[in-house]
Ligand binder design. Sequence first.
Ligand code: NDP
Ligand code: 8X3
Length: 258
Amino acid sequence: MSDLKDKTVMVTGASSGFGLACAKSFAQKGCKVIAAARRKERLDDLKQELKQELGEDRVFVLPLDVTSEEQVNSMFDAIPEEYSKIDILVNNAGLALGLEPAHQADLTDWNRMVDTNIKGLYLMTRKILPGMVERKSGHIINIGSIAGNYAYPGGNAYGATKAFVKQFSRNLRADLLGTQVRVTNIEPGLAETEFSLVRFHGDKDKADNVYKGANPLTAEDIAESVLWAAEQPQHVNINSIELMPTSQAWAALAIDKV
Ligand code: NDP
Ligand code: 8X3
């Protein structure tokens, strides 16, 4: 196992769900964490909580909208020198919006998913990768989804953005051969976070209903798989991890009978 102590880890979407759990887990392992998201107050709370728990400050709060090329391009102006050599990037910021069939879906939702899950992820990667290649060390950990592997009704654009994440991760590996930079795609299934609340535009009853009785994965389960991939010895690259709750499995293909 590789020792993560004193590694610098940047986590996007650290204000909630998987990103929050990852930021905590990496800090608890002795890493310096750049916690990035749009909701700064939540990141400030995370910083304070970890400072109290660990007895030292290991979090740099970076307010960031990953869809903004300008913000991503200028982010190193705000990041202090001691956090500037990023060893691990967790590209986690992302969202699903809507579950309507394609012919009824809201185009604004589709645009936001593409901007965040695809463009945000590649902007972050393109910004941070050159430093990793130069240092001949680094790990990009993308948060994909089972939705990038299997189709489901209403998954339309969301699933397609996660299929991008899957193939982009593989293509990065192809480009990075010989650089020592590792790439992993984590592909979770049903996990209880604010994901459904966002997907259903704040409808809490609808969101709660997704998880009721389902015994879903937790954000901590995902953080554990992210950490496990990061802790592998340098000669081991975990290409992907697909995980689902035991309560989730495939169903038969649908047939429209007349
Ligand atoms: P949450 O809604 O709990 O967290 C999403 C995070 O993404 C928030 O911290 C949010 O922060 C951040 N985010 C969204 N848009 C932006 C943006 N433009 N710029 C920066 N940060 C942004 O959901 P999850 O933790 O569940 O989702 C995390 C990732 O996991 C997503 O990529 C999602 O697609 C994926 N996933 C989720 C699954 C699930 O069932 N929960 C399963 C498989 C994959 P803020 O709003 O403060 O900016
Ligand atoms: C989230 C998992 O199945 O709700 O990516 O799309 S799913």
